[in-house]
Design a binder for this molecule. Structure first.
Ligand code: 0X9
Ligand code: ZN
Length: 464
């Protein structure tokens, strides 16, 4: 799953996850455009790219990025690792790269033959079904659509659902948290469980799964005794969109965008929010990057970004017992640590919960989510969300990488029709997760009171 691991300096693991069992390309009947080095086509492309790079603004002009592939050989893999490229996928004996103009030039200068494959990667989920909401995001939520849907839940279920604005993004969008609990206006002495989505802009399905979980609990409260029991006995908090600026950017400008929209003031944009948390932040360049151009740029310091700061402040005001943060893709459930391959002391417990979730997912429609310690299962990260929540609060913390399992299954681009089935298969694991903390919860004798009348935290939503 080295789709996001490309710019980790010296990362040895970047090619490990993705390759394996992939078959032939479904588009293999289409013509491929081979850009051979020194061929007329290559020279034309190189001249065009050089001119474009010189004339157009900033090196991260998304319109000019191409997806290219190079042959996967040990020699080329070594060469690519040092080039700071955004590796998208690894299949069919090829490595796919999201290449900016300067990356294409660098590939040319390094005499690496590449093939332009952009046409194989549709700009967004393709479907024949009409988009119910409009916009290129189709059935996936935009920022505004999500805001409206969250507020609609609050309005429809006033005793059970409450929307909080927990902080602003860089571009001043609200970061919303939906609280679901009986007596929702009060902070009761109950287990608190947190679900996060969309640290990474292009991972649209990671907004939908936590949001739909909230809606499920509310819609089934009166008819399903299990939903009622969980809502009565816990406080479920859902922040489905941690990176609203990035999400909007993927909808309107560049579908592959991953980071937030920080202007790094050197012609590059974006900090990887999942490298910006404060536990073991930046402890090595293997796992995050100090280079602002990198897709895994960790920012100038821990919690430098308003989005992670908002999650930090919110988290510290609560008393969460468990946390899941959703990403895509790979079908993997991961627990700490990410910064090291060493297992934490609580490994047996973390593994047990992950195994239970994986089994309950499989029961739905047979899809297998593997599980394990993050640093061993995928690749090393530092400054990620789960390391921070686990490292500072020692609560069971998980990254769930939603389907598909690989690029051949659609990569970041699940179809609209997949939203429901992916949610449905994750639902039992989410219910199980909440229930586990209800079972384990020891009342703390906290006096019932209004839910955190903190100015910032409880300012509720506002229309912008
Ligand atoms: O790299 C990430 O932030 C996550 N993967 S993604 O493709 N959604 O970007 C994985 C984080 C899990 N932690 C580790 N693998 N250490
Ligand atoms: Zn992600």
């Amino acid at each position: 799953m080295q789709k996001n691991g490309p710019k980790i300096d010296g990362d040895k693991n970047w090619d490990r996850h993705f390759i394996s069992e992939l078959g032939t390309c479904p588009h293999s009947s289409r013509p491929h455009f081979f850009c051979r080095f020194f061929s007329p086509r290559f020279i034309f492309l190189a001249v065009f790219i050089l001119l474009s790079a010189a004339l157009l603004p900033g090196p991260q002009n998304p319109g000019l990025s191409e997806i290219v592939s190079v042959a996967k050989t040990p020699f080329l893999e070594n060469k690519l690792k040092d080039m700071g490229l955004d590796l998208l996928a690894d299949w069919d004996g090829k490595i796919f790269i999201v290449a900016r103009p300067e990356d294409l030039v660098a590939l040319g200068q390094a005499k690496i033959l590449f093939t332009v494959e952009t046409a194989k990667f549709p700009p967004f989920a393709q479907t024949t079904a009409p988009a119910p909401r409009g916009g290129i995001n189709g059935a996936y939520h935009s920022y505004r659509e999500l805001e409206a849907d969250m507020l609609a839940l609050q309005q429809k279920y006033p005793g059970l659902a409450k929307v909080f604005d927990i902080g602003d993004s860089l571009e001043k969008r609200n970061i919303y948290a939906l609280k679901i609990s009986a007596n929702v206006a009060f902070d009761e002495d109950e287990a608190e469980v947190l679900f996060l989505g969309c640290h990474h802009a292009r991972e649209w399905i990671s907004v939908e799964v936590p949001f739909l979980f909230g809606r499920y609990l509310l819609e089934n409260y009166t008819t399903d005794p299990e939903a009622k029991r969980l809502v009565d006995r816990s406080e479920v908090w859902i922040v489905p969109l941690v990176n609203p600026d990035g999400l909007e950017y993927t909808i309107h400008v560049y579908r592959y965008w991953r980071k937030n929209r920080r202007d790094n003031k050197d012609g590059t944009y974006g900090v990887d929010l999942n490298r910006n948390y404060g536990y073991k932040w930046g402890t090595s360049n293997q796992g995050s990057s100090p280079d602002p151009a990198s897709e895994v740029y960790r920012g100038p310091q821990a919690f430098s970004e308003p989005e992670t700061k908002a999650i930090q402040a919110f988290f510290l005001k609560k008393n969460f017992q468990g946390m899941i943060t959703y990403h895509s893709f790979s079908q993997v459930i991961m627990y700490p640590w990410g910064y090291t391959t060493q297992a934490p002391d609580k490994e047996p417990l973390l593994r047990d919960i992950a195994a239970g979730m994986s089994a309950s997912i499989k029961e739905v429609n047979g899809r297998w989510y593997s599980y394990g310690q993050a640093g061993q299962t995928l690749y090393l990260t530092n400054g990620d969300t789960v390391d921070w929540t686990f490292g500072t609060s020692a609560i069971p913390s998980y990254t769930v990488e939603l389907p598909p399992v690989d690029e051949m299954g659609g990569g970041f681009f699940n179809s609209e029709a997949d939203i429901q089935s992916i949610f449905q298969e994750n639902l039992p694991a989410m219910l199980l997760f909440v229930d586990r903390f209800i079972q384990d919860y020891t009342p703390q004798g906290v006096v019932l009171g209004p839910d955190r009348p903190d100015k910032k935290f409880d300012k509720s939503w506002r229309i912008r």
